[in-house]
Ligand binder design. Sequence first.
Ligand code: ADP
Length: 255
Amino acid sequence: MEEILELRHISYSYHTMDGETPALADISFSMKEGEFVAVVGPSGCGKSTLLSLISGLLEPAAGQIRIRGRDSKESATNIGYMLQHDQLFEWRTIYNNVILGLEVQHMLTAKARQKAHELLDTYGLAQFENARPSQLSGGMRQRAALVRTLVLEPDLLLLDEPFSALDYQTRLRVGDDIGQIIRREKKTAILVTHDLSEAVSLADRVIILGPRPASIIQTVPLIFGAGADTPLGRRDAPEFKTYFNLIWKELNSNE
Ligand code: ADP
């Protein structure tokens, strides 16, 4: 499969009145189309910074980010970002929230509207098109936020702790649900999370970052036997505990 993203020796520091805060040190990895990578690491190690660099919100101090073989600044690749809070606007209906990005980017064609309706229908939100965000459960709101991202047809999805505002029960269900939608839509995704079980249940590969300034301490490919082909299925599989413990130990030995 085609390589979509390549990070070569990326470093980044924040500069404030108090001085310099090195956040990332010499990060290199690449991703193929359709891959789902989870990034875990201690709080404050630089995970969100990594996503901001990939999305182009920040520029690396050193190194290079290539998207589909081109420097990220020249790339026309569409990147979708999903954050901890769903950022749905209460003064807009669910449908109008979903098409907001299309409006802003002047992409609100008849075809795009059709796609928005289709996605809302596929993911069980058709009857809520005219509802306000507050009328939906936390899980449905996250689905709506994902549909709003997917309707822009992103080539690469960046997920920054998208489930951490939800209570534990909902979080398990919604995490698994959103993970399956991303698989079904064959999206390439990077999930930043501090929840190891979320990472192990969803990803093809887990990148473990060390304390700030973060560098990659290990990359763990996740291989599950037949039958464990959904996030919930994985949680019941014997490999789940093995991977969880391996990543847990690796993280703790570097704290
Ligand atoms: P994580 O996502 O792993 O919790 P972040 O990438 O948010 O970590 O932050 C990494 C480090 O950079 C933290 O120590 C944080 O305090 C610092 N940092 C983040 N954003 C800024 C900023 N805008 N200015 C200065 N320091 C920042």
